[in-house]
Write a protein that binds this ligand. Structure first.
Ligand code: R5P
Length: 368
C-alpha cells in the first residue's frame, strides 16, 4: 500500500489515514469511560466529578425470572472500543440488592465491556465483600476470596482497584491480575486530628480491637502522628484481647470490659479497624477503655456495614464513629447516626483512577 493513494475502508483518502495515525501517536493516553452501577451510583458520581467527567450511561435491569442484565448504552456515547473502562461497584448488601446480585452485575458488566472491545476493564470495588473468608478456618471451608478473584478474572476484568481489604496478603495472593489497594488511613486520621478533644490531648493511644489489626493500627498511628506533628512513639498502639466464641465477641479474661494490652490510663483512645459489621468487635474493645482508666475518643473504620445488632451495640458508645463512604451508612438509627462522621474517599479514588489510566504517577504516593 506504501506510496499508493488508496484509502483504507471507511476513510476518504490516504492523507486522512495518515492524519488519524498522527493524532493517535501524539495522544498521550487512550480514551476512558467510567461506569457507576446503580447501587454505587452516588459514589461513582462523586468520583467522576473529581475527574471532570460524566458517568457513561448504562442499562441495568432484572428479568422476570430474576436474571440480571447490564450493558453500556447504544451509540457513540456507549462505545468502548479501545477504551480504558472503569466500572464502580461496592460489594455490600443493602435493602435493594444482596451482595451476590451486585457481584453478578459487576461480572456481567465487565464481561460485556470486554466483549465490546474495551482495551482494559478495571473493576473499582471500594468495599470488597468476602475478604474475611480468606483462609480455611475449619475442614472443608471455602476460600471464598480466591473464588471471587477467579470469577472476576474469568469475566474479563484486567485489573481491580479496591480500598482497605481485610487481609492484604490474602487478597494479593488470591488475584493473578494486577490489583491496587488504597488505604483510608490518612483520611480517617485527618477526621480524628480535626476533633478538638483529640487535638488537645496530651496522651493519645490507638486501639486495635484484635491482634490481626495491629499492623493496620500502627500505620494509622503513623499517619495520625504525621498530621498532628508528633513523633509516632508519642502515640503507642494498644490491643484489645478479642476472643470470638460461636460468633460472639468476648475477651480472653472475660472480666467486665475485657482486657486491653497496653497502658490507656488518662489517655484519649482511638479505636481503629478495617470494618464494622455487627459492631461487636469495636464496641467490646471501646467499652473496655474506661474500665482501664482511659477515655474513648473515637471509633474509626474504613467500611461501616452496621449489620445485625449494630444499632444496639452502638447505643452503648458515646464518642464519634468515623467511617469512610465506601458503604452507604443507611442502617444506623437516628441516635447512632448523630454520632456518625463519614469521610470522603472519592478524591483519592479519582486520583488513583487517573494514575491507572494515564500510566503515570504511582499509587504508593497516594498512601504515604
Ligand atoms: C475481623 O477480624 C475484622 O477485622 C473486624 O474486626 C470484624 O470483622 C468486625 O466484625 P463485627 O463488627 O461483626 O465484630
Amino acid at each position: 500500500m506504501a506510496g499508493s493513494n488508496n484509502a483504507l475502508p471507511g476513510f476518504v483518502n490516504r492523507e486522512q489515514v495518515i492524519g488519524m495515525i498522527g493524532e493517535a501517536l501524539t495522544q498521550r493516553t487512550r480514551p476512558m469511560k467510567i461506569f457507576g452501577l446503580n447501587a454505587s451510583g452516588a459514589y461513582a458520581e462523586k468520583v467522576a466529578k473529581h475527574l471532570n467527567m460524566d458517568l457513561t450511561p448504562h442499562e441495568e435491569k432484572t428479568f422476570e425470572d430474576g436474571e440480571s442484565y447490564v450493558r453500556s448504552v447504544d451509540g457513540a456515547i456507549g462505545n468502548v472500543r479501545g477504551h480504558n473502562v472503569f466500572v464502580i461497584q461496592s460489594l455490600y448488601s443493602d435493602a435493594a440488592e444482596p451482595v451476590a446480585e451486585k457481584f453478578m452485575k459487576l461480572c456481567i458488566m465487565c464481561g460485556a465491556l470486554k466483549t465490546a472491545s474495551a482495551h482494559e476493564v478495571i473493576a473499582v470495588v471500594p468495599y470488597l465483600a468476602y475478604a474475611r473468608q480468606d483462609r480455611k478456618t475449619e475442614s472443608r471451608a471455602p476460600i471464598t476470596t480466591k473464588i471471587l478473584a477467579k470469577m472476576l478474572q474469568a469475566s474479563g476484568v484486567d485489573r481491580v482497584l479496591m480500598m482497605d481489604v481485610h487481609n492484604l496478603s490474602a487478597v494479593q495472593n488470591a488475584f493473578d491480575i494486577r490489583i491496587d489497594i488504597l488505604e483510608a488511613k490518612k483520611i480517617l486520621a485527618q477526621g480524628c486530628a480535626d476533633n478538638k478533644k483529640i487535638k488537645n490531648a496530651k496522651k493519645i493511644r490507638v486501639l486495635s480491637p484484635d491482634k490481626g489489626g495491629l499492623e493496620r493500627a500502627s500505620f494509622f498511628r503513623d499517619a495520625l502522628a504525621k498530621i498532628m506533628g508528633r513523633e509516632p512513639e508519642e502515640i503507642p498502639v494498644v490491643i484489645f484481647d478479642k476472643l470470638r466464641k460461636k460468633g460472639v465477641v468476648t475477651s480472653v479474661t472475660g472480666s467486665a470490659g475485657g482486657t486491653i494490652i497496653g497502658d490507656v490510663e488518662d489517655a484519649m483512645v482511638i479505636g481503629l479497624d478495617d470494618m464494622i459489621a455487627t459492631g461487636g468487635t469495636m464496641c467490646k474493645a471501646g467499652l473496655a477503655v474506661p474500665k482501664h482508666g482511659g477515655t474513648l475518643a473515637a471509633l474509626c473504620a474504613t467500611h461501616g456495614l452496621f449489620v445485625g445488632e449494630a444499632n444496639e451495640q452502638f447505643h452503648a458508645i458515646h464518642c464519634p464513629i468515623i467511617v469512610a463512604d465506601t458503604v452507604a451508612p443507611y442502617r444506623l438509627d437516628k441516635k447512632n447516626a448523630s454520632k456518625l462522621q463519614v469521610v470522603d474517599t472519592s478524591p483519592m479514588m479519582a486520583n488513583a483512577i487517573l494514575r491507572i489510566h494515564s500510566g503515570t504517577g504511582s499509587i504508593a504516593e497516594l498512601l504515604d
